[in-house]
Write a protein that binds this ligand. Structure first.
Ligand code: 4AD
Ligand code: MG
Length: 507
């Protein structure tokens, strides 16, 4: 018997094949079972007909519970209505292992519960689709850099110095010496770029972030290219080309996955337009509502949205009450009760999200109205700004005081640093941070002192300016942030198999 994967069924139309997988869903009819099997590659309905299979197989089908593992043999039948376009007319069903009652059912669950069950949650279709998009994104990023002559180089995880400020360091013990988990591979990337010209790192990075936000993980994956002989503009060109390449490819190769998670990909197709490049000062005007974007004003937009959220809250509350009243009706059928209960649960979940918006929007409004020119953008400012766009934007020319020590100062405007942040649209905010690097060793030393960093830990880095210094630039792309935007997820916790963040070390 040919053992096949669900994704390959088209090649076996009319033939008898063997599938191995887990029961995703099961319904019964008269003398029939409809088993939706998942094998890790896809989902397929298997029809078990009492008239076709022997009694052992029918009994086995009866016993199968959600997530039981089994082997199903059957004929591949074309059926346009089915996901994937095929179903299996079973000829035999064999149990591998009967699953205990699976904690995650079709009904609505709260996200904290689901995070506790993350090891099992990964089996559900939506999470499956997101992880597959992540996988293709990783592949696509490698493809972009490899085909553009970049060499992948891994930076160490144990490091002796901070890169992105000392407040988010995870300290560990390294044979009695204190070491930090890498915040960024950039400084090593700069060294490697002087040896290989164009490099990129792709590895885990760590930030101690003692707050719960939808954008922060304690452990996340960063892609950090570093390029010799590149300035800020060339750097922005590379970022833009990379993002266009990756998103365009994903839209094609993950079409099915986007459908599963309900992501409207039309907005992703905007990626082919040039990314607006906006100087920090202009971006501040947009946040403050002093400058409109395509007729949209930051403040008016937020006020309008708040009104919409409040109206929807009233609707949701009303519908919940009506359904709860209905449930009290004694004559209601079992199926109807379940249907209503499920609706109520989903309305309650929606209400939670809406109430979060109702709390958030006034905060965003407040921080937008009171933004102080010269400050770094906080999460709220990025949200306010990027809700005005449907394409990633690049903010450059930052006040040097708010940016990292290694960024190059602008000779013609010494108060500015040649950094760039790329902000994803639809309220997502920063996904890339980068810039041109300071080459003036004296300015670098000044910055190291100003940032209260230990000079001796940076001597090796300063060597890069002593031995054949050239202009160079690079950036860091946060993989999970890009997945979150591309999939339009409410939180980065769903973008990585086992998230590590404040308050979450298990499973
Ligand atoms: O802006 P950041 O801090 O820049 C750097 O680390 C530079 N050394 C990169 C470089 O130029 N080589 O971080 C870069 C990106 C952010 O834009 C964001 O996407 C992601 O890393 N990031 C995080 N993602 C998830 N959780 C966190 N706590 C993150 N902190 C940064
Ligand atoms: Mg940043």
């Amino acid at each position: 018997m040919t053992s096949v994967f669900i994704k390959d069924l088209a090649k076996y139309e009319g033939q008898e094949v063997q599938l191995q997988g887990w029961v995703y869903n099961k319904r019964s009819g008269k003398g029939l079972f409809f088993i939706v099997l998942r094998d890790g590659f896809g989902y397929c309905q298997c029809v078990v007909d009492e008239k076709i299979v022997n009694s052992e197989s029918f009994e086995a089908s009866k016993n199968l519970t959600q997530e039981s593992s089994c082997t199903i043999v059957g004929i591949v039948v074309k059926d346009e209505r089915q996901m994937g376009g095929y179903e299996i007319q079973a000829t035999s069903v064999e149990v591998i292992s009967i699953a205990e009652e699976f904690p995650i059912s079709k009904k609505e669950h709260g996200v904290d519960f689901l995070m506790d069950e993350r090891h099992l949650w990964l089996r559900t279709q939506r999470q499956w689709a997101i992880m597959r998009i992540r996988n293709k994104m990783i592949f696509s990023i490698h493809k972009f850099f490899q085909s553009n002559d970049f060499v992948q180089m891994d930076a160490p995880i144990f490091t002796g110095n901070a890169v992105e400020g000392t407040s988010t360091l995870f300290e560990t013990d390294f044979y009695g010496q204190s070491a930090y988990l890498s915040q960024s591979g950039q400084l090593y990337g700069e060294a490697m770029a002087m040896a290989f010209n164009k490099i990129y790192t792709f590895g885990p990075t760590f930030r101690a972030e003692k707050s719960k936000t939808r954008r922060h993980l304690s452990e996340f994956w960063m892609i950090e290219p570093e390029m010799a002989f590149h300035d800020l503009d060339m750097n922005m060109n590379v970022i833009e080309a990379m993002m266009k390449f990756v998103v365009n490819e994903l839209v094609v190769v993950c079409a099915e996955e986007f459908k599963i998670i309900g992501r409207d990909v039309s907005i992703l197709k905007n990626i082919n337009r040039p990314f607006p490049r906006i100087a920090y000062d202009d971006a501040v005007d947009m946040i403050l509502g002093k400058k409109d974007v395509d007729g949209k004003n930051s403040i008016a937009l937020l006020e309008g949205d708040l009104k919409k959220v409040q109206d929807r809250i009233a609707e949701v509350k009303k519908e919940t009450e009506e359904r709860e009243a209905k449930l009290k009706d004694a004559g209601m059928k079992k199926g109807e009760i379940a249907f209503n209960q499920n609706k109520i649960d989903s309305l309650k979940n929606e209400l939670k999200d809406l109430e979060e918006d109702e709390r958030n929007i006034p905060n965003w409004l407040n921080s937008a109205k009171n933004f102080q020119r010269g400050d770094d953008f906080g999460g709220s400012d990025e949200t306010v700004l990027t809700r005005l766009f449907d394409i990633p934007i690049m903010i450059y020319n930052w006040p040097h005081e708010v940016k990292a020590f290694y960024l190059k100062r602008d000779k013609n405007a010494p108060h500015l640093a040649k950094g760039v942040d790329v902000l994803a649209p639809e309220g997502y905010g920063e996904i890339v941070g980068g810039g041109e690097r300071e080459t003036d060793i004296n300015l670098l030393k000044e910055k190291i002192i100003e940032h209260k960093l230990p000079m001796e830990a940076f001597e090796w880095y300063l060597d890069l300016r002593r031995y054949g210094s050239v202009k160079h630039a690079g950036f860091g792309l946060g993989l999970e942030r890009l997945v979150a935007w591309v999939c339009k997820l409410p939180h980065v916790r769903e973008t990585i198999p086992f998230p590590r963040m404040y308050g979450r070390l298990f499973p």
